[in-house]
Design a protein around this ligand. Structure first.
Ligand SMILES: [Fe+2]
Length: 545
């Protein structure tokens, strides 16, 4: 009671044109009889994204009353349209998004029918799909590439569910999902997966197959879900030129999502994805632009991203899409997911990697004013044990005293980094950990209080999440990596590995396991927890275990 409920501003916005729905309550042994307090009706202010307190304690809501048994509706798909699998995401304590997209040829959206399809969704209490909790019907339209987002509410907190879709005579595979604990629940442990950078052309997804086996509470994807580039296949090929329009982005997402191991990872746990640059364009800055072609490309990229992600919020009329959001995992952790692309100023120094230029030190923004204010409020109102930040690009300084500036990272935005660090120092010192993507390296380190003094006191812990398959291996990277690895603020840095990262979060510490693939060119490569580190509260300096 009275705790601030932290969600993004669109928490209550219904997703998908649900036309029919019913709840089947008997199988849960009294779901409807349990007190329903918030039922997804917490007011959330519309201007700042700052949450306001819920009107009651957390409990299961009531699904819509039972109605007629649903039967399969019209389907314009003659063959099985569930070629991209199913997914769930953006869970809250009483709801989760269920996703699928109907397409027979994953890399050819033009072959899809123009007619709409009726899609039945079903939610179950058991893995065998014998105890149905709710079901409903949505209409998948060609305008949204026959993608489906269902925001199923009225669920129990911290509870596993399974789901599937039916269209015409065809049934989708089933997926497992899990709701979050109540915001004021005491949680002993959270098992979270982090993944990023899955360049199709650089390798296979043994990492995803391995992560799927972990049946995690939640997966946070840190960006570079697709790569927009044309054919440069090293291990396997995009088989298409660089993406510029909606059809191309849809087909690129379709290609990636056709991978069985990636589908398995989605089917194993709810995801909360953010994006980085390659969902749109290399080192893209996705904000407003006077260039109509760039604006149209961005709109297409964001639209396709939404159509393929199990997220609650879709694009608005101007083509923008707000993806920064936060959720609480009980009182154990607050997850803060950042958008590091859409609202930033252009990179300084012509976006060239090299020596620092004066422009770096000008007053510039990385998150944009609105997101920055939101971050301050998110930290200001936090009392969780941990602040876990999904950070799209590396924050710890790797500029080697100005000789190796990567202007695309936080290093290129020192004034914005200083403001972020001030927020952490004021509201969450000793309990803030970043999980970062983009760089195609694995590592651990700390952001020093003064980023120019590498051996100074630690301000924020940072875990650099390895790429699922992408590589950034060239002579410069290797030589810089060797120098980085011995810097005082870096515990480990390795540019030669791929995999995923598991965070086991408890009150005293976050245990980080780097699950690394033996061979990214082998689709059935072994994946092992090659390095493990512990980040203890207060100290926050990662220690190898
Ligand atoms: Fe990447």
């Amino acid at each position: 009671m009275g705790r601030r409920l932290l969600v993004d501003r669109l928490r209550m916005r219904p997703t998908g044109p649900s036309v029919s729905r019913r709840g089947m309550l008997g199988g849960l042994g009294g779901l409807a009889a349990v007190g329903c307090a918030t039922e997804g009706k917490s007011p959330v202010s519309g201007d700042t994204g700052v949450p306001t307190p819920p009107e009651g304690t957390c409990g299961p809501g009531s699904p819509t009353a039972a109605g007629d048994v649903l039967s399969a509706g019209a389907s314009p798909f003659e063959e099985n349209p569930f070629q991209l699998g199913v997914a769930s995401g953006d869970p809250l304590h009483d709801r989760v998004i269920l996703w699928t997209r109907l397409v027979v040829e994953p890399t050819d959206v033009a072959s899809s029918p123009s007619a709409s399809a009726d899609v039945i969704w079903q939610l179950f209490a058991d893995e065998a799909l014998t105890v149905m909790v709710q079901e409903g019907m949505v209409v998948a339209t060609a305008e949204s590439a026959h993608s489906v987002h269902v925001d199923v509410d009225g669920l129990d907190s911290a509870t596993e569910y399974w789901y599937r879709f039916i269209c015409g005579a065809h049934e989708s595979p089933s997926g497992r999902t899990r709701t979050l604990p109540c915001e004021d629940a005491t949680v002993e442990v959270a098992r979270i997966g982090f993944a990023t950078c899955q360049n199709w052309q650089s390798g296979f997804y043994a990492s995803h197959r391995n992560m799927a086996e972990a049946r995690l509470d939640l997966v946070v994807f840190l960006g570079d879900y697709i790569y927009e580039a044309g054919t440069t296949g090293e291990v396997r090929d995009h088989g298409a030129p660089e993406c510029f329009d909606l059809e191309a982005y849809r087909n690129r997402h379709g290609l990636y999502r056709s991978d069985a191991d990636l589908q398995a990872a989605h089917q194993s746990a709810p995801w909360m994805p953010i994006w980085d640059d390659h969902e749109f364009d290399n080192n893209s800055v996705g904000g407003s632009t006077d260039d109509a072609d760039v604006a149209a490309r961005r709109t297409a990229a964001y639209q396709a991203w939404y159509e393929h992600m199990p997220v609650r919020r879709g694009p608005v009329a101007d083509g923008s899409l707000q993806i920064y959001r936060a959720v609480d995992f009980g009182t154990l952790a607050r997850f803060v997911l950042l958008d590091g692309r859409q609202h930033r100023d252009l990179q300084p120094c012509g976006d060239d990697i090299g020596a620092t230029c004066d422009e770096v030190f000008e007053e510039r923004t990385f998150l944009g004013a609105e997101q920055e204010a939101w971050v301050r409020t998110v930290f200001e109102t936090s009392s969780e044990q941990w602040m876990v930040v999904a950070n799209p690009v590396v924050m710890l300084p790797i500029d080697l005293a100005g000789s190796f500036l990567n202007p695309d990272q936080w290093d290129g935005y020192p004034s914005a980094r200083a403001r972020f660090m001030d927020t952490v120092a004021t509201h969450a010192p000793g309990r803030t950990v970043l999980f970062s993507g983009d760089i195609h390296a694995a590592g651990v380190g700390v952001v020093p209080e003064d980023p120019a003094v590498y051996d100074g006191p630690a301000a924020i812990a940072e875990v650099v999440v390895p790429a699922v398959s992408s590589r950034f291996e060239n002579e410069l990277a290797i030589s810089v990596g060797a120098i980085l690895a011995v810097q005082a603020h870096i515990g480990w840095w390795d540019w030669s590995v791929n995999g995923w990262t598991q965070a086991t979060i408890s009150a005293d510490a976050i245990d980080v396991a780097f699950w690394l693939v033996d061979d990214r060119t082998d689709p059935v490569s072994p994946v092992t927890p090659a390095r493990t580190w512990r980040i203890e509260a207060e100290s926050i300096v990662p220690v190898e275990t």
